[in-house]
Design a binder for this molecule. Sequence first.
Ligand code: GUN
Length: 287
Amino acid sequence: MTATILDGKAVSLSIQNDIREKVLSHFSPETAPRLCVILVGENPASASYVRTKCKMAEKLGFRHEVFHFDEDVSSAEVEERIDACNADPECDAVFVQLPLPKHLDAVALPNRVRADKDADGLTRAAMGALLLGESNAFEPCTPRGIIRLLDAYHLDLTGLDAVVIGRSNIVGKPMSLMLQRRNATVTMCHTRTKDLASHVRRADLIVVAAGSPELVKGDWIKPGAIVVDCGFTKTPDGVIHGDVDFGPASEVASYITPVPGGVGPMTVISLMEQTLESALKRRGGKA
Ligand code: GUN
């Protein structure tokens, strides 16, 4: 079997068209949704993610601004900037790029964003709403994007045995809740899981967010399984690796995300969708 590619780039393109139409019909360039990004330090991957988000914002007709701080910035300074964005009526969404340097609190700082500007879905309010199954709250962008991608291919998750590898706040934890909401039976695996391969071998759906290049081997994949790879590691030779050994896995899976071009574009477009949603709500419109 050769798997169907879950083409995040193509699905993102069709969502981009919808967003652009809404921006044109609801806003002028002066009132367009405005995304404020907070970036700390010089992590090349983070800088590259921020550039990608800004390019996409530009393409969609959004206003955007990056507040870039030195690596050794104090927490108080970043807090002050988040507070200013929270108070700024022209700002619709605040995004704190992670990871942050060790001296900064990677939970408390994103949580400082006002709930109605939390297009990244990482505040306590958004996470709590997800846990309680409340609708209409912002959701963490990567798992939201993955669900959008699976929906675009009309994949019914009801009753599937899903294995999520990685228990981060950004991906693993919220992903498990969203998959349960779609009636999958979810097993959470992580760095301390005994015999990871045995869990993966019986999974109908695998979501890997481990940050460990080619961790999941082709012969771990059950024939016909759906494979979603959130990994994105650039090795010194410039090659980008996912968390799945793509070649052999794609021979066995029914559907698989490529890296790049799978989950990444869906994360970015989810942030844009939620920024638009915030702008529409804040101006009394509808998404
Ligand atoms: N870094 C990598 N992915 C993400 C994400 O979804 N949100 C934030 N804030 N930072 C990230």
